[in-house]
Design a protein around this ligand. Structure first.
Ligand SMILES: NC(=O)c1ccc[n+]([C@@H]2O[C@H](COP(=O)([O-])OP(=O)(O)OC[C@H]3O[C@@H](n4cnc5c(N)ncnc54)[C@H](O)[C@@H]3O)[C@@H](O)[C@H]2O)c1
Length: 428
């Protein structure tokens, strides 16, 4: 905190901790009573979240479900190793939700499934830890925020970077005015992605591809659009900005106190992975927020080796200084040719802290740091960028009415048609 005005830093610390979640302290627990949780989606991150819950402590996993019987069996076996007891296993989340003793669920399915599962879990009266992005489309996301508000349940959305000490400290630093007015934020994650076979083929016997596709269109299966790699597929993951970039857009919103953007433009394309993926491998999106513009950039091939030190992070360009921040490090670059940079390295186990905050909040019956309403704003921002990209238009956003005025092609993408028999949850 070297040259920082310490008093203003401490003055904003409480607000920072609130916005990004607590800095770690555990709430009172009922000794010996384990919280009974379920897991919907036993893939990569479902198991990461479950391990974070065991690290946080005081949980028992009663039930898990997955539409891939191999993932289901592997997930149940891993959990049995962790708790010495096999959870009940189901194919359908509807059946998992019938387990009487359940108190909370973790939702870690691909985003096109979140809305229906989230709303069903609320109707069942459960508390929820739901992975990001909140939803596939903006109307689903709105329906989820409304349902959450009405339910009064305890909900945490999986933006675990809100627990990063680096983002928390930069928030306090810039909000105390140490960089002057922030004129522009530059956000980027360049990395080299790994692709799988994109040839259409029958799905593996263990995977119910029809159910996996669910309310989204049932496109031909290939490993590239299946488990884990769906993130670069337009009909489910919607690409790198929506999947990974959303973390840094969310962190930027919190650091700068931004709401929803007023307008978004986007340009890019598939230049390297032509015919292999359906979302841009190069993208620039420009978000106009009331306070300042935010620019997102990504390149997902041959990328990070050029400038590894800044290929994943946020640069805040202030009138008096630039601040670069990434998960566990922040750097102040003062104005002037010979001004010395101040480097702060601050590590935190973000995933465990975020889950701990949720579990503590469930026990204490208070809301944790990342609400559904706030996650809706970050989800809206990145989805608007993809609408701008898909329509090749500037998208103006009326945040009050949640409408895109004067642009019917873009407005049509606010809500996608569900595949029967599923019904879109937005009733607007
Ligand atoms: N917070 C983070 O840093 C972070 C990191 C990675 C993934 N995620 C999020 O976690 C979620 C899951 O991503 P992943 O990488 O683990 O994907 P994944 O493909 O590895 O796993 C998803 C699992 O959900 C299952 N599934 C699909 N439809 C289902 C349904 N209707 N009912 C039950 N199970 C179903 C799949 O069969 C699969 O096992 C996504 O929302 C993703 O954005 C968050």
């Amino acid at each position: 905190m070297d040259n920082m005005n310490r008093r203003s830093f401490l003055g904003t610390a409480a607000a920072g901790a609130l916005a990004f979640g607590t800095l770690g302290g555990r709430a009172a627990e009922t000794p010996g009573k384990k919280l009974k949780i379920g897991l919907i989606g036993c893939g990569w991150y479902g198991l990461v979240d479950i391990k974070a819950a065991f690290k946080a402590g005081g949980v028992e996993v009663l039930a898990v479900c997955d539409v891939d019987s191999d993932h289901l069996a592997q997930g149940a076996a891993e959990i049995e190793k962790l708790q010495g007891k096999k959870p009940q296993t189901f194919k359908l989340y509807e059946d998992l939700l019938k387990v009487q003793e359940l108190e909370a669920v973790i939702i870690a399915t691909p985003p096109h499934w979140h809305a229906l599962q989230f709303i069903a879990a609320l109707e069942r009266g459960l508390d929820i830890y739901c992975e990001k992005p909140l939803a596939y489309d903006i109307r689903e996301s709105r329906a989820m925020a409304d349902a959450a508000q009405k339910s009064g349940r305890i909900i945490q959305i999986g933006f675990q970077r809100r627990q990063s000490l680096a983002f928390q400290q930069v928030r306090q630093f810039v909000q105390a005015g140490n960089a002057g007015r922030i004129v522009h934020a530059d956000v980027q994650i360049h990395y080299t992605t790994g692709l799988l076979d994109a040839t259409p083929q029958p799905p593996p016997p263990a995977l119910d591809w029809d159910l996996w596709s669910g309310p989204g269109p049932k496109i031909p299966y290939s490993p590239q659009v299946g488990h884990k790699n769906w993130r670069l597929e337009k009909t489910s993951g919607q690409g790198h900005l929506v999947d990974w970039g959303i973390h840094l857009v969310d962190a930027t919103r919190v650091m700068l106190g931004l709401g929803a953007p007023c307008a978004v433009t986007a340009a890019g394309g598939i230049y390297f992975f032509k015919d292999k993926i359906t979302t841009p491998d190069i993208l620039t999106a420009h978000f106009e927020f009331e306070q300042c513009p935010v620019t997102w950039r990504h390149r997902i091939w041959g990328a990070e080796e050029y400038t590894p030190e800044i290929s994943n992070g946020v640069s805040l360009y202030g009138e008096q200084a630039t601040v670069f921040v990434t998960d566990a490090k922040w750097v102040v670059i003062p104005r002037g040719k010979n001004a010395e940079r101040q480097v702060h390295e601050v590590k935190a186990d973000m995933g465990t802290l975020h889950m701990t905050e949720f579990l503590d909040a469930v026990r204490a019956r208070r809301q944790p740091g990342c609400s559904t309403a706030d996650a809706h704003l970050s989800t809206t921002a990145v989805k608007l960028a993809m609408i701008a990209y898909d329509t090749g238009t500037k998208v103006t956003w009326d945040a009050q009415a949640e409408q895109i005025p004067g642009n019917p092609a873009a407005a049509a993408l606010l809500k996608r048609a569900y595949r029967a028999p599923w019904q879109h949850p937005f009733r607007g």
